[in-house]
Design a protein around this ligand. Structure first.
Ligand code: NI
Length: 176
């Protein structure tokens, strides 16, 4: 397993439209293992393959919503291969979103509160479920990545440019 470098905005590779996964084979499983290691290390709750430079319709999530007796989050890794969304609710919800490709920046994004999704998991099993809450929001955020969209694209131009400027500044400070 290996920790992979995460692409950061405004890297043009993040704008790619990812291609469907055609087989859940050992190569894909190795990529999934590396992506989980990368996501937990960051740390983050979601990661799309394109964020590590792989143009595949694959994303991972672990919301770690539950804790053990010592208050440590319990891991609940989820794999979504070739996910599709349908039937978004008219009701919207707002979450303060962040993204490993837009490090340390957060902004409120409004999305449908519930959504239906079809996907294949890491064992090759097909799912068709109605999702709500943080899971619905996070899946919509990660799905956007597969189509080259970042959460900052949902903000006003002014807010988006402010965030991109802050990123640039942080990068320059790191390099200095
Ligand atoms: Ni993201």
């Amino acid at each position: 397993m290996a920790i992979l470098p995460i692409l950061e905005a405004p890297d043009p590779r993040l704008r790619a439209i990812s291609k469907p996964v055609d087989a859940v084979d050992s190569k894909l499983r190795a990529l999934i293992a590396d992506m989980f290691e990368t996501m937990y290390d960051a740390p983050g709750i979601g990661l799309a393959a394109i964020q590590v430079g792989v143009e595949k319709r694959l994303l991972l999530m672990d919301l770690q919503e539950t804790e053990d007796e010592e208050g440590k989050p319990i891991r609940n890794p989820r794999v979504f291969i070739n996910p599709e969304l349908y039937d978004p609710s008219e009701e919207h919800s707002v979450y303060s979103e962040g993204c490993l490709s837009v490090p340390e920046q957060f902004a409120d994004v409004e999305r449908p509160a519930t959504i239906h999704a079809r996907w294949t998991d890491g064992d090759g099993k097909a799912h068709d479920e109605k999702l709500e809450g943080l899971l619905a929001t996070c899946l919509q955020h990660e799905m956007d990545h597969l189509d080259g969209i970042l959460f900052i694209d949902h903000l006003s131009r002014l807010k988006r440019e402010m965030i991109l400027k802050k990123l640039q500044k942080a990068k320059r400070a790191k390099a200095a």
